[in-house]
Design a protein around this ligand. Structure first.
Ligand SMILES: [Fe+2]
Length: 224
């Protein structure tokens, strides 16, 4: 049986390098925050950051690992039905891990202000001004029905910046093709303890801690 599993894994790796990587990869781990839980106060309080990172993000990571393990077993057995049935969990927990990993680096206690250089020029070209981009992204983010994310993304085909909204934990690139540059999490776990039901106030405040250096790095990488 072990030989058969090994054979199947080798075949999977040959036929599909991504699935092969799944079969042999290490487990996903919760990344450290690049700042303290209280570092984004008063805009995002320490209690929100601690729960959001150590509980919510950690749960996506754990459930992603469980899902991938089940997927790996199904793959080894040639059980396509189970593989298909695991897709929603993979999308939800994989998306949750991808989105939050980006989100933490999009924020900084030294953030806020405006982007510089090429990113600012691209924003002006595609939205008219930085202020207009902020207004458009804020409106799209506040308008997310239920839980989801607002995004500034990059369309590699057109070379243009785009605003998008995603439901649940749908990852931007995996579901729209846009490369994620800046995400705003509008799940209630991201703001309710501090802002209660007033999502617009949270979205307004988060601009004070946006790490434009990180957004610009993502923009430069996306253009290559
Ligand atoms: Fe979140």
């Amino acid at each position: 049986m072990l030989c058969r599993v090994g054979y199947v894994r080798r075949c999977a790796a040959t036929l599909n390098p991504i699935l092969g990587a799944v079969a042999s990869r290490q487990k996903h781990t919760l990344p450290d925050l690049p700042y303290d839980y209280g570092a984004l106060e008063p805009h995002i309080c320490a209690e929100i950051m601690q729960l959001h990172h150590s509980k919510h993000h950690a749960t996506y990571v754990n459930n992603l690992n469980v899902t991938e393990e089940k997927y790996q077993e199904a793959l080894a057995k040639g059980d396509v039905t189970t593989q298909v049935s695991l897709q929603p969990a993979l999308k939800f927990n994989g998306g949750g891990h991808i989105n939050h990993t980006i989100f933490w680096t999009n924020l900084s206690p030294n953030g806020g202000g405006e982007p510089q250089g090429e990113l600012l020029e691209a924003i002006k070209r595609d939205f008219g001004s930085f202020q207009k981009m902020k207004e458009k992204m804020s409106a799209a983010t506040v308008a997310v029905q239920g839980s989801g994310w607002g995004w500034l993304g990059f369309n590699k085909d057109s070379g243009r910046l785009r605003i998008a909204a995603c439901a649940n934990q749908d990852p931007l690139q995996g579901t729209t093709g846009l490369v994620p540059l800046l995400g705003i999490d509008v799940w209630e776990h991201a703001y309710y303890l501090q802002y209660k039901n007033v999502r617009p106030d949270y979205v307004k405040a988060i601009w004070n801690v946006v790490n434009w250096e990180n957004v610009n790095e993502r923009f430069q990488a996306a253009k290559k």
